[in-house]
Ligand binder design. Sequence first.
Ligand SMILES: Cc1cc2nc3c(=O)[nH]c(=O)nc-3n(C[C@H](O)[C@H](O)[C@H](O)COP(=O)(O)OP(=O)(O)OC[C@H]3O[C@@H](n4cnc5c(N)ncnc54)[C@H](O)[C@@H]3O)c2cc1C
Length: 325
Amino acid sequence: MRETDVIIVGGGPAGASCAWRLQRHGIDCLVLDRARFPRLKLCAGWITPDVVRDLELDAAHYPHGFLTFRQLHVHAWGLSFKAATTQHSIRRYEFDNWLLQRSGAEVIQHTVKTIELQGDDYVVDGAYRGRYLVGAGGSRCPVFRSLFRERFPRVAALQTAVLEQEFEYAWQDGDCHLWFFFRGLPGYAWYVPKENGWLNIGIGAMSAKLARHNDDIRTYWQRFVTMLADTGMVLDRTLDPKGYSYYLRSRSDIPRVGNAFVVGDAAGMATRDMCEGIGPAVQSGLHAADAIAGVRDYSLQDVSRYSLPNTLLRRFIDRRFTGGA
Ligand SMILES: Cc1cc2nc3c(=O)[nH]c(=O)nc-3n(C[C@H](O)[C@H](O)[C@H](O)COP(=O)(O)OP(=O)(O)OC[C@H]3O[C@@H](n4cnc5c(N)ncnc54)[C@H](O)[C@@H]3O)c2cc1C
């Protein structure tokens, strides 16, 4: 049996941030991830200045592609405007691997199946024992399933369905574009260029609203790529997008249960206006580490439920996406 202070299930931004902070506190931890890193993670790879700050990421020394946008092109109901802002893009394939390696934690490729509480310790698959357990395994996290789901069930109205593709492309337009409520979509579509000639395009929507209108997200995808081709933004590509699903932030947060925590997508932390998940994953991972170190109580109150600074706008989008759920 391998013994450690903290077992972290999942090595994405939530798990890697938690491991990084635990190492700084001098606490031994082990990261179990079913994937071998670097691994593919479906994500547009947009990160905010808050993420850069929380991770103490020095863009000048980041060893991979890192692109900064000074404006966003926002399109809605046939209108377009440019919003002055500073945002960034990375490739998750590179970023997540870099974060995990930087954490300094031991990482073992292992698919977690069973979790037992034996005395004061958590035992994973009969092979790993730890006093603390952190579930950072994304929307289908086994820690959430085993220890949290029954008491804190997912809210169906907060589930998103997402389709995206990232590919090498000699983009001409180096700005990020967002199309809100694209052709009636209960969500938004995006065009996110990356450094070194990569591009991510995608479309995300609230699953329950799509189902209610008998809509299929693939229909919107087809309309979206047709529009990109018609406007010359993406030409001569046969695309084969992949899908994923995750949850927006609920009105009530999931607390720690004993010495077990869920963070990031496992805790349903994505913002209610922009479906931004990386920043909340990082912050919740750091908070869990600080709680384990005993430097603060575990609370997610100071992790923002929203990405947008404008209160009216974020309330409006939240209402349209979640119906207030
Ligand atoms: C298409 C798409 C686009 C997105 N775009 C953005 C964006 O541009 N910006 C943004 O901020 N957010 C975006 N998000 C959301 C963001 O990707 C997630 O919120 C974020 O990745 C959550 O990080 P995490 O560490 O909680 O989970 P993940 O990054 O999903 O990591 C979970 C890890 O757990 C591992 N795991 C799962 N099950 C097991 C198991 N049984 N045993 C062991 N390991 C396991 C997985 O292999 C994975 O490595 C997007 C999401 C999607 C789907």
